[in-house]
Design a protein around this ligand. Sequence first.
Ligand SMILES: Nc1nc2c(ncn2[C@@H]2O[C@H](COP(=O)(O)OP(=O)(O)OP(=O)(O)O)[C@@H](O)[C@H]2O)c(=O)[nH]1
Length: 601
Amino acid sequence: MVKKSKKSKSKRVTLKQKHKVLRKVKEHHRKKRKEAKKEGKAGHRKKVEKDPGIPNEWPFKEQELKALEARRAQALQELELKKEARKERARKRKLGLLEDEDIAKLASAASTQGSEFAEKDATKENAPSEIAKSHDHSERSFYKELVKVIEASDVILEVLDARDPLGTRCIDMERMVRKADPSKRIVLLLNKIDLVPKEAVEKWLTYLREEMPTVAFKCNTQEQRTKLGWKSSKLDKASNIPQSSDCLGAENLIKLLKNYSRSHELKLAITVGIVGLPNVGKSSLINSLKRSRVVNVGSTPGVTRSMQEVQLDKKVKLLDCPGVVMLRSSNSGVSVALRNCKRVEKMEDPISPVKEILSICPHEKLLSLYRVPSFSSVDEFLQKVATLRGKLKKGGVVDVEAAARIVLHDWNEGKIPYYTLPPKRDAGEDSDAVIISEDGKEFNIDEIYIAESSYIAGLKSIDDFHHIEIPPNAPPGIDEEMLEDGKKPSEPVGESHEELMSEVKDSEGSKTTSGTTQHDKLYTAEGILDPRKRKAEKKRRKANKFSALSDMDADYDFKVDYQMQDAAADGEDDEINKAPADGKDGDSAKDNDPMTAVDDA
Ligand SMILES: Nc1nc2c(ncn2[C@@H]2O[C@H](COP(=O)(O)OP(=O)(O)OP(=O)(O)O)[C@@H](O)[C@H]2O)c(=O)[nH]1
C-alpha cells in the first residue's frame, strides 16, 4: 500500500471514525426533530371547544333530550343485533353451512333497518321469498349435479347407511340410472358398519345381495390430511373395529372396481360415481380410498355442493356428488330429519323428530345417555336436557328447541346408537325391485365376498352392543312434481329428471358420439369441470360490469344531485329547527346520527 504523504490533504478516515460521525449526525437530527415536534404541539395546540349543550332556555329541551335518549338506545340495540348476527354467521361458517351466510345477511339487514329507511323495508318483505328461492335453487342444482354424475359414470356406487340401509336407499335414482343407460352398473355399499352389530350387517348384506352386488365398508374417520389408515381385510376376531378410526374394506372395493375394468378390457380409466343421500359418507369414502383428505367431509348434510373428480389411479376415477335431495313430500318432515337429510340448524320444528325418537327409543337408554331423572312427556324431557346443558334464552327461559337440536345431532352422529334389521320380502313383491343380477360376474363378486367375510366376523356382536333396534324406514323417493313446480321459463334448469338427463346430454353437444370417452363427456358438461371456461366467463362478466359503470359515470351530473340535496336539506332544517338556537344546526345534524349519538354516549 502506498504510504500516506505527510503533506497530503486527503480527508480519508477509518471506517470506525466515519460511522461514529454518521451516528452523531443521526442522533443530532433526531433530537432536533423531537424538539421541533414538541414546540409545534405546544405552540399550535387547538383549544377543544366545550360543547355548550342544549340551552336551558330552549322550550323544547325536554323533548330533544328524550329523543336523543331514544336514538341512543336504538343505536345500541342495532349494534347488539349486528354483533349477534356476526356471531351466528361465524358459528355457521365453522359448521360449513356456507349458504347460511346469505340468510344471516338478509336477517341482519332486515333487523338493522330503522323505520327511516323505507326502501329497506321492501327488502325485509322480500327476504323470506328470496331465502326460499335460493333454497329451492340449491336443491335443483344438487339434483342437476346428480344427473351429471350419473351421465358421466360407468359404475354407480350407491352409499347406504348401515344403520338404516333401506331408509337411505334411493330406488327412484336406481331406476333413473337404468333408464339412462342399461349398461351402467350399480353397486351398493353398506357404509358405517362400525355403528351396528355384526348380525345386522350380515342380515342386510344377505338381503341386499339378492338384488345387487353389495359390499360392506367403514370409512376412515381420522382428522389428519394425509396417510389415512387402512385396516387389512385379513383381520382377526380380536381386533376392536368399532373403536378404530381406520378404514375397513378399501382393498376389497378397489379390487372389485379393477375386476370390472379388467372384465371389460378397458384401456381407459373407469369412472365411478359415488351417490347417496346426504351424510351417508360419500366424501369420506373417497378420502378413505385415496388415503388423504381430498374432499370436504362434515357431519352436517349438504357439505358437497357440486360434482368433484378425484383420480384414484390409472384405472379408476371417482366422482363425488352432492346428496340426493328433492325427496317426495311424503318423506319430508320427521322421517327426512331422522335420516339426516336436513340440516338441524335449518329445521323450523326440531321438536317433532325428537317426539319420534322418544317413541322408538326405550326411555332408560335416554335417561342414562342424557343423565336426566325420569320424564313423562317430550316437553319435560327437553326442558330437563336444556337445563342440564345450559340452554337458556333471555330471562332464564329454558330453550327447548335448542335441546331438541342437541338430541337430533346426537341421533345423526350415532351418539344414540340404533340399528335396523331387513324386513321380510313379500311373496308378490314388485319384480322390478328384485333383480337377481348378472353384474356379479363382471365384478368377480364371489372372490370379494369371501375376502369380506373375514373382517365382518371381527365386528362386535349384538350382545356387546346394547344398541336400540328400530323398524327400517321405507326408501325415500325423488319428487318429480317438485322439479316441475319450480320450473320457470327463464331458468335453464331442466324440468323432470328425464328432461334434466336429456339437457345434460344436449349440453354435451354433438361431440358426444358413441366413440367419445367418459372423460370427454365430463369436460363438455357445461361449467363446473372446465376451470378455463369458468375463468373466461368471470372475466367477461367483470368487463361488462366496468363498461356499465363507466356509462353510468358519463351520464351522471353531480351538480343536479348536489343542488337538489342542498335545497332539500335546507328545507328540512328549516322545518325541524323552527326555533333553533344560534349555531345549533351542526349539533342537531350530529344528534340525528345514531352512531354519533353512541359515540357521544
Ligand atoms: N362412524 C362412522 N362415521 C362415518 C363413516 N363414514 C362417514 N362417517 C361420518 O359421517 C359424516 C358424513 O360424512 P360425509 O363423507 O361428509 O358424508 P357425505 O355423504 O359426503 O355428505 P354430503 O356431502 O352432505 O352429501 C362425517 O361426520 C363422517 O365422519 C363410517 O364409516 N363410520
